[in-house]
Design a binder for this molecule. Structure first.
Ligand code: URA
Length: 210
């Protein structure tokens, strides 16, 4: 069975996203908002993490206090735009491990081409959050998750700011077992594989390049 698409559509996220979509928004503001949205999406995607308890002493006495169970989770940004979301996730979960997946898009075929990959050990015991703000054609997302699976990960979620219906379909054809978390789903892709209305090139807008 295909995993669901969790379209978060939280009012705070949608408001921040609207400012990010505006072409007049500076790189500095865009980067700050991406980080804030990364934190808010991390809150949603970790809602069902397992808990255990540890005995602690409060000033008034002992208690069994809830604490996160299991190995630290792994955040896996797709370079470079994924770094913007990952920064916000790390603000919320500073002890998470980080895997970096370097991909670029072949301009002719729009296929994902890998130039870098470095991941922490024991991925089979960690929840891995693969992150990229734009789930457009789905090629990079599908490639990145394939790489993470090859390194042993079994519990994987993909987190994006914006998705196109074409990208969601492509992604779930290859990875029906992976849950998607997106802030919003836009109308379509254009002929260059960009999301419309979208927000442009997320990497360029984050880092002021063109
Ligand atoms: N990558 C982007 O940065 N923007 C898009 O619209 C599609 C892919």
């Amino acid at each position: 069975m295909t995993s669901p698409v969790n379209e978060v559509r939280h009012p705070l996220i949608l408001h921040k996203l609207s400012i990010m979509r505006d072409k007049r928004t500076s790189a500095q503001t865009f980067r700050r908002l991406m980080r804030e949205v990364g934190m808010l999406l991390a809150y949603e995607v970790t809602r069902d993490l397992d808990l255990t308890t540890a005995v602690i002493d409060t000033p008034l006495g002992p208690m069994d206090a809830p604490t996160l169970a299991g190995k630290k989770l792994c955040i896996a940004p797709i370079l470079r735009a994924g770094l913007g979301l990952a920064d916000g996730m790390l603000d919320l979960m500073p002890s998470a491990r980080v895997a970096h997946i370097g991909l670029y898009r072949d301009p002719e075929t729009l296929a994902a081409v890998q130039y870098y990959m470095k991941a922490p050990d024991l991925l089979d015991e960690r929840l891995t959050l693969v992150v990229d703000p734009m789930l457009a054609t789905g090629n990079s997302a599908a490639h990145a998750v394939r790489q993470i699976k090859q390194r042993g990960a079994r519990r994987i979620r993909f987190v994006a700011l914006l998705a196109a219906p074409e990208g969601i379909a492509r992604f779930h054809t290859e990875h029906p077992d992976v849950d998607l978390f997106v802030a919003a789903i836009d109308a379509r892709l254009n002929d260059h594989g960009y999301i419309v209305p979208g927000l442009g090139d997320a990497g360029d807008r984050l880092y002021g390049t063109r």
